[in-house]
Design a protein around this ligand. Structure first.
Ligand code: C2E
Ligand code: MG
Ligand code: MG
Ligand code: MG
Length: 278
């Protein structure tokens, strides 16, 4: 009897797994189609210096619109794009959009704002990655120092040699590098020294818990680690004045979060920047 019960459960789980797989494949097909039809958008979230609360740059974030005001979460479709390899093509598009945005902002008088772009592992594995980034910067004739790549700890730990070599070449060309979501992944501190980094992004989890003893000590430790390594630090997910004051007291250089601005489409970004300038 027990055996029969197990068998039924198995059939139930198998059917559920097949449904889930079919759902994901359907979603991937839609993503491919919408990307081909130019329906993905790149939005921008301002990054603010704590020294004077000035906007110093933006992070570029992909948006996949569904209907008016509706989007599929990147947390859902980015892993799908990574798993399928589609992220390589999408990533090329993201880079081109970001470089174009840097050029257009410069034309509007904002010629010292950097744009940070998230980069996934399949992009690094692609043989032409380094050259395609360099070609993109050259094509749009932008200052390479205004382009920053964000990589996560998992990307580094996955293939340290490939990633370190690629970043070194890009760094020699003048491009900036930030380590994203720092502190939540599995990382080896020794890689921090081998990586040609400019900036550490303190993960949102530590900022959220900064009013608790554990969160406070971790945020403070990461920020001082950054300082000791001569890296700039930016706190992610700052939503309240208290969080801002806490990271400021810890010596953090910059902040990014809903308190300052949410990610916004390019036209809105320009208005936001013009407003800030006044
Ligand atoms: P991320 O790179 O860590 O990006 C920061 C995320 O935190 C964004 O989520 C942003 O909207 C959110 N965020 C910023 N400030 C706050 C805040 O104050 N409170 C809260 N609750 N959230 C805040 P988003 O846009 O949903 O992106 C999620 C992730 O998807 C990104 O995390 C990144 O890993 C990935 N992603 C987004 N765009 C791209 C892309 O173009 N390429 C790649 N490879 N990954 C991307
Ligand atoms: Mg990021
Ligand atoms: Mg992050
Ligand atoms: Mg992330």
């Amino acid at each position: 009897k027990a055996k029969k019960h197990l068998g039924q459960n198995f059939q139930y789980y198998q059917a559920e797994m097949e449904d889930e797989m079919a759902e994901r494949l359907a979603m991937l097909r839609m993503l491919r189609q919408d990307f081909a039809q130019d329906k993905l958008q790149l939005w921008y979230q301002p990054q603010v210096s704590l020294n004077g609360l000035q906007v110093v740059g933006m992070e570029a974030l992909l948006r996949w619109p569904q209907g008016p005001g509706q989007f599929v979460s990147p947390a859902v479709f980015i892993p799908l794009a990574e798993y399928s390899g589609l992220i390589v093509e999408i990533g090329d598009w993201v880079l081109a959009q970001a470089c174009l945005q840097i050029k257009q902002l410069a034309k509007q008088g904002f010629d010292n704002l950097r744009i940070a772009v998230n980069v996934s592992m399949p992009q690094f594995r692609h043989a032409g990655f380094v050259q395609s980034v360099i070609d993109c910067v050259n094509y749009y004739q932008i200052n390479p120092q205004l382009l920053e790549l964000e990589i996560t700890e998992s990307v580094v730990m996955d293939e340290p040699k490939i990633v370190i070599d690629a970043l070194q070449k890009l760094k020699n060309f003048g491009i900036k590098v930030a380590i994203d979501d720092f502190g939540i992944g599995f990382s080896s501190l020794s890689y921090l020294q081998q990586l040609p980094l400019d900036r550490i992004k303190v993960d949102r989890a530590f900022i959220r818990d900064i009013d608790k003893a554990a969160g406070e000590v971790l945020a403070e430790t990461i920020i001082s680690l950054g300082k000791r390594l001569n890296l700039s630090t930016i706190a992610e997910g700052v939503e309240t004045k208290a969080q801002e004051q806490a990271v400021l007291a810890m010596g953090c250089d910059e902040v990014q979060g809903f308190m300052y601005a949410k990610p916004m489409p390019p036209a809105e970004l320009l208005l936001f920047l013009q407003q800030q300038k006044k």
